[in-house]
Design a protein around this ligand. Sequence first.
Ligand code: ADP
Length: 456
Amino acid sequence: AVQNFDVVVIGAGGAGFSAAIEAKQAGANVIILEKMPTVGGNTLISGGEMNAPNTWVQQAVGITDDNVELFYEDTMKGGDNVGNPEMVRILAEQALGSAEWLRDEIKVEFIPDQLFQFGGHSRKRALIPVGHTGAELIKKFKAKTDELQIPIKTDMKAEKLLTDANGKVTGVEATSGAGQKITFNASKGVIIASGGFGSNVEMRVKYNPELDDTYMSTDTPGSTGDGIVMAQEINADITNMKNIQTYPICNPKTGVISLVADSRFDGAILINQSGERFVEELERRDVISQAILAQEGRYAYQLWNQGLEEISKTIAAHPDEYEQMIKDGVLYKADTLEDAAKFFNIDPAKLQATIDKVNEYAKTGKDLDFNHRAGLVSLAKGPYFIQKAVPSVHHTMGGLVIDTDTRVLNTEGKVIEGLFAAGEVTGVIHGSNRLGGNAIADIITFGRISGKQIVK
Ligand code: ADP
């Protein structure tokens, strides 16, 4: 079977939705192909938080000293200056516009008076969607594509990019869940928005042998790097492939990311089996992950109290995850510190000594052990929450090489006509390490650019 469109988008995550909506609004006849039975990808199961400087929420909570330059610097530095400066500049400059577009055009609801300060950021600048997950984004994106009558074919796996005699991309060959082969012609071109390859162990090991199957993954099963492989078959260039990020605080039974543990951004501490802190809790994900793997047993515990929950509200936001972790025996609510210690066989006196120091540092505002950048919070009062955690594969920084118009480049650095890419499938923005809250900013910003550019 053959179907004809102007634009074919591969992947129904945040990047694909943003691309499709912009292309459609610019007048193109667009279709989205999604290989899974449901839409959303990793965007859906993420926390959904999004960094932008100078937002209405920063204004509401009285943060007046953030700006594009600081966000740019944090992002470059967070990726060890490996990211492409030109692309990071676009991200920093357009993140606010992307956030306002989500709010005004897509009708995404953000919490009006709360922000996260993810690791590596010098300011609190991550907007939080209601519900603290990407479900709010995907729900509203789906409603918008329905309104714009953009067809989404689920259970439709893109397998191969089709090209004409000049090498221009002219469409996609796909296979339906029932095994039917369908050709989707794309007169204006194809946008690859198929996400990363965190769920593809073979591909992980090919580029970074350390990240074998001893690591679980936070990612959806759809994150297998298809778009990278497909584009490479027509000579697309790839970069930064070895840079694979683990998320430090995941469920040791399942590998699933812990969103309940976002209390870390408001002052929850990390301790090891000896009851001692061992890293600054607002360090980068790669640094914290490595620090955890260097502890006895290659795991850590996160500890916080009811007072912090009342600030972060992460248990209130993620009741299902909370209940599941209690059931799995990886999270425990304790009235006293001693109970918390005993549940996980930590020496209660050691833990008490650690907390005494934290309370002291909270008072003076100076963490003399690890220089906590936001300043520690007193954990003198119970009840307490203590949660066991391991790092798990989360984000693949590497991927396709794109230019500032999101055109895919080949191994000679030349544009492949008719081929665009955006989102986690690309590899030029986050360098060695992606900072928290920067994925949503990236996929929305460059997804939108790809949708606008492809119809030009
Ligand atoms: P991003 O954050 O870049 O938008 P996501 O992981 O949120 O990435 O979304 C990528 C989507 O692409 C996922 O829903 C995934 O199932 C889908 N996908 C991956 N490979 C293919 C493929 N070969 N054909 C169609 N869809 C795909």
